[in-house]
Design a protein around this ligand. Structure first.
Ligand code: URP
Ligand code: ZN
Ligand code: ZN
Length: 471
């Protein structure tokens, strides 16, 4: 087995930082050594990566991405090949995507189909959550089977998108009760889709068709009400662990915070877009430009307090995880499906490449510590979703490593750093401090010196255990 020593860097974990060298043996971390001790122990590594002046952190874990997701009559633009490659470019060494069951479909078949799509395509390791869109005896039974046998230990449901993924409260409760028994985690897209559809119909009837009406018809009350309801249903289902995805609104965060203070097993994630982007500066851009930032939950107003509150939530662990909800659509031909009717714009934006960069900028801005950056982007997503060998640099863990240069900058934009497969950048024009220097995926150097060295097929499916965040 080839050995590699990452020497001279500052190793940062969720709980601290220290000068140390990282020894990799094959696909695993073999040891964390005091500086210079490899030589003292007579270790002669096959290769050495000089990390002097750099941070050495676990490879990122993005627990919420959608490669090739069918949505609104089209399919999200990154597939497992292009999307996982872009992830690697961004210092992300594990992605968690979704298998998706809709009404009338067999859960096992949807999972098998997703495996087929991803097999041999990924550049970094990957896992799946299962979307349950049709609750019945068969799908409930399948949920238990997936937890016990398939390494699928989390299930996403939707309170939004009636007629597509939507589940009503009774269906949600039944699935939650099942998860409560199996030990699985429930993930919730918390928006009141029934109320939103009324608002959309009314807006369109008034001739309000521009992209910005996407946000105005999904006011924060529709997010916070659904969040509240999901929390109550989870409590009724025996305090099943509940994870609210892509949180964008202060009021919804308050619901999560209150539940946590009551001792409920409620967690939440936010995404970089909700920390930086806004209705005014992005979604409401003139003409149809704003369609690039149509996603759900929607961007919020910069004149309210969402950005500030979400950063606070990340500091206080009310928000445990930063994911990207990576789901890009090209402006040309894809977002354009909604020209003249914002409700037909496919929902989603891309960012799998930029999460480590955008959240490190939070460290630079004083919004969080370096350790919290590692915790929210690497360690907690791994623990939350039962990825035992990911998200930490410790002996026995997978050798997924990001060497980060804090003294360089990253310019984000389609003509700057952009390796994702869509024709614009959600973070166009951002210039952030810090830069991906070297990325190692299970012992293999995949990015170094601004050069891509990885390969399609290196990434393996990872069977997940139960969440280790609670137990
Ligand atoms: O707009 C979004 N978030 N698109 C992806 C699907 C989802 O709801 O997560
Ligand atoms: Zn969602
Ligand atoms: Zn999503």
């Amino acid at each position: 087995m080839a050995t590699t020593l990452i020497s001279g860097g500052t190793v940062v974990s969720a709980i601290g930082r220290r000068e140390a060298d990282v020894l990799i043996d094959g696909e695993s971390i073999a040891a964390i050594l005091a500086p210079g001790h490899a030589a003292a122990y007579g270790i002669t590594p096959d290769s050495v990566i000089d990390a002097t002046g750099k941070y050495v952190v676990p490879g990122g874990v993005d627990a919420h991405v959608h490669m090739s997701l069918p949505f609104g009559g089209t399919v999200s633009a990154d597939d497992f090949d292009t999307g996982s490659r872009a992830a690697a470019w961004g210092g992300v060494t594990t992605i968690v995507d979704f298998a998706s069951q809709q009404v009338g479909q067999d859960v096992y078949e949807t999972l098998a189909a997703r495996h087929e799509e991803a097999a041999g395509e990924c550049h970094v390791d990957y896992a799946f959550h299962q979307i349950i869109g049709d609750v019945n005896e068969a799908s409930l039974k399948a949920m238990t089977y997936l937890v016990d046998n398939e390494g699928i230990t989390s299930f996403k449901m939707f309170m939004a998108y009636p007629g597509v993924y939507y589940s009503d409260d009774g269906q949600i409760l039944r699935a939650m009760q099942n998860a409560s028994e199996s030990g699985a985690l429930m993930m919730m897209h918390a928006e009141n889709g029934i109320a939103i559809d009324v608002l959309i119909g009314q807006a369109l009837a008034r001739g309000e068709t521009d992209p910005k009406y996407h946000a105005f018809t999904r006011p924060e009350e529709t997010e916070s009400e659904a969040t509240h309801r999901a929390i109550k249903l989870a409590r009724v289902a025996g305090n099943v662990p509940l994870y609210i995805v892509h949180m964008s609104a202060s009021e919804a965060l308050e619901e999560v915070s209150r539940a946590q203070h009551m001792g409920l097993n409620v967690f939440a994630e936010t995404c970089p877009q909700y920390l930086y982007l806004s209705i005014e500066d992005h979604l409401a851009q003139p003409g149809f430009e704003g369609s690039k930032w149509v996603c759900s939950t929607p961007l919020r107003s910069k004149h309210e307090h969402h950005h500030k509150d979400l950063w606070k939530g990340l500091r206080m662990n009310e928000l445990a995880v930063v994911s990207t909800d990576h789901c890009p659509f090209c402006f040309k031909d894809q977002k354009e499906l909604g020209l003249g009717d914002f409700s037909k714009i496919p929902n989603g934006m891309g960012g799998v490449e930029h999460r480590m960069e955008m959240i490190y900028q939070g460290v630079v801005m004083g919004e969080m510590t370096l350790e919290r950056w590692v915790e929210t982007c690497c360690t907690t997503p791994a623990r939350m979703f039962g990825l035992d060998k990911k998200g930490v640099l410790e002996p026995g863990a997978d050798a997924d490593v990001l060497v980060w240069d804090p003294n360089a900058q990253t310019r984000i934009g389609v003509n700057d750093k952009h390796h994702m497969n869509f024709d614009h950048s959600s973070f166009e024009g951002f210039v952030v401090d810090g830069k991906v220097d070297t990325v190692i995926s299970r012992g293999m150097v995949v990015v170094q010196n601004d050069t891509y060295l990885g390969r399609k097929g290196h990434g393996r499916f990872v069977k997940r255990g139960l969440s280790t965040y609670l137990h």
